[in-house]
Design a protein around this ligand. Sequence first.
Ligand code: F6P
Length: 373
Amino acid sequence: MKRMGILTGGGDAPGLNAVIRAAVKTAIYEYGCEVIGIRDGYDGFLTDGGIIPLGIEEVRGILPRGGTILGTANRGNPYARKVIRDGKEVVIDVSDEIIQAIRRLELDALLVLGGDGTLHSAHELYLKGAPIIGVPKTIDNDIGGTEATFGFDTAVTTATEAIDKLHTTAEAHHRVMVLELMGRDAGFIALHAGISGGADVILIPEIPFTFEAVLAKVEQRVSRGYLFSIIVISEGAKPVDGGQVFSRAGDEIYTPRLGGIGHKVGEYIDEHGYETRVTVLGHVQRGGSPTPFDRWLATRYGAAAVRLAAQGKFDRMVSLRAGKIVDISLAEAIAVPKRVDVNDDAVITARGMSISFGDESLPPLRGTLPKSE
Ligand code: F6P
């Protein structure tokens, strides 16, 4: 392996720079391989100045930095790119141009750091001849075939800190606090942060809820003397008799943007007599320095991806299984997106501790009521 490329695609996630650093250092120190970076996802192959050298100097000091030194694009699908032709906006397939660029640059391997959409395109490009290795990135933790994606732990940490802060103000004002979190169609961020932060209600896309059940939980707490409640809700959560809530429609380039379900739940609780405030945490979850776990995972992923490239094992993705880094086919990784297992011990544990998922009739109160929580 003489020359390797790296690109980062889709929404950013804390740990991208840690992967880049580990990959560059491993490629240079272990294999004596030259590394180049492609800017702004696949776009860098098609734009002037889109290719930059990546040496030891370029990756110095980037381990704790959020974002990506390469830039990224979440409208960078090579099979649907918006361009102006004859004064008109049209959507075209630029995958052949990308394949030509990879050949022109004489890349022996291309590491693609991305989520679901970017890895789909990566697999398609492999089928056209590109020497691709995938690295699973996303705060949503929704990629199949791996126990963890880097970025998720940092997002959960940020969301848990937000719940801790909401707790103190909720208690002081005897209010209901609703916190809307990211995650698209997977409820991992809300479930993990909700349990870690001690939420009273956790609403996730995998468990459709009723407004009545959420209200009943708030009322039950008030009847026990707890005058505040914390409701954590995933942006993709949906009521039993309704759909997901979107803040923007999608088109050929963008997927529809989720957002707004937190306000709907908040309004319902408020209208029923419980003073409620809503916080939408948003992109704060994607920003900032990666946690030690994400740096550890990202570093191992980056180095393992280079080792795969050196062995010529293309169309593979590095993955975490039972604490070990292994590799699986990209086809397996993109086949079925990962979702919360509603029979998992985490959900059972939460239910057993009287956390509501908004889908149940409330269990009868048992045992001696504590004086405070
Ligand atoms: O996939 C990561 C993610 O942050 C989702 O949780 C969220 O729905 C989406 O990206 C937001 O995308 P954008 O950055 O385009 O607003």
